[in-house]
Design a protein around this ligand. Structure first.
Ligand code: HPA
Length: 266
């Protein structure tokens, strides 16, 4: 890990971020707009190298509303075949660079029947149905405990702050439980019924591994889902990745204004 930290510090001249943001599918635009310096994941020691041409995966450093921010523009997913340890490595790096608050964002399908595409949902808790856990393996005691508490991953104070920011902007906001599946297949109608019965409000294929590791190493976590579709059901027809990206595009103006307001208020 030290070689990653040394590499980044040399490149950024010891930029010290206090806020970390992981930008989900279709939500990376804010990192184009606010970018003082960027490093491709391909160049960073121990980061997952992208094999897809034209795939944007980079760490972006910026001063936004007078706060030092580090953004991951593009994340790696478990369904791509990477290990849980590999996909959560950047969270540990953010912690070691000095980040105190981590904002996790994603595109998710609505399970709660009152949600609509392009709604934003503050994550109040999660359910890990990915079948594994990023903390499996030898524990690094310098980062966190072997059996970390997960009572309040998504900090109440940050949830309240995000709600207040949404209200100030006149944005409707949902608050719910994010359910994570491994993917890459979307859910069947029967699975959506099950998730609804078991307390999930939105479903996606990311965020939970990063949230577990962030809470383990004592980062304050805020989670925001951008609802891109009604998760599969008997009534809502076929679901495509294009539909998900299109709805993320619709929501991204709201999403960006909320994120900027939160950064300002943190
Ligand atoms: N299911 C799982 N992941 C998703 C969905 C969904 O419906 N929409 C966006 N990411």
């Amino acid at each position: 890990m030290q070689n990653t930290i040394d590499f980044i510090n040399t490149k950024t001249n010891f930029f010290k971020p206090e806020i970390g943001i992981i930008l989900g599918s279709g939500l990376g635009e804010i990192a184009d707009e606010f970018c003082d310096y960027a490093i491709s994941y391909n160049d960073i020691p121990n980061f997952i190298k992208s094999t897809v041409q034209g795939h944007k995966g980079r760490l972006v450093f910026a001063k936004i509303n007078n706060k030092n921010v580090i953004m991951m523009q593009g994340r790696n997913h478990f369904y791509e075949g990477h290990s849980m340890q590999e996909i959560t490595y950047p969270v540990k790096i953010m912690k070691l660079l000095g980040v105190k608050t981590l904002i996790l964002t994603n595109a998710a399908g609505a399970v709660n029947e009152s949600y609509k595409p392009a709604d934003l949902m503050i994550i109040k808790d999660h359910i890990n149905n990915m079948g594994t856990n990023p903390l499996i393996g030898l524990n690094d005691n310098s980062l966190g405990e072997r059996f970390p508490d997960m009572t309040e991953i998504y900090k109440k104070q940050l949830i309240q702050l995000a709600e207040k920011c949404a209200n100030n902007l006149g944005l409707d906001i949902q608050k719910g439980v994010y359910w994570a599946n491994s993917g890459p297949s979307y859910e069947t109608p029967a699975e959506i019924k099950m998730i609804r019965k078991l307390g999930g409000d939105a479903v996606g294929m990311s965020t939970v591994p990063e949230a577990i590791v962030a809470n383990y190493c004592k980062l304050n976590v805020l989670g925001i889902s951008c609802i891109t579709n009604t998760a599969s059901s008997e009534t809502s027809g076929e679901l495509t990745h294009e539909e998900v990206i299109e709805a993320a595009n619709k929501a991204k103006v709201k999403f960006k204004s909320l994120l900027l307001k939160i950064i300002q208020e943190l």
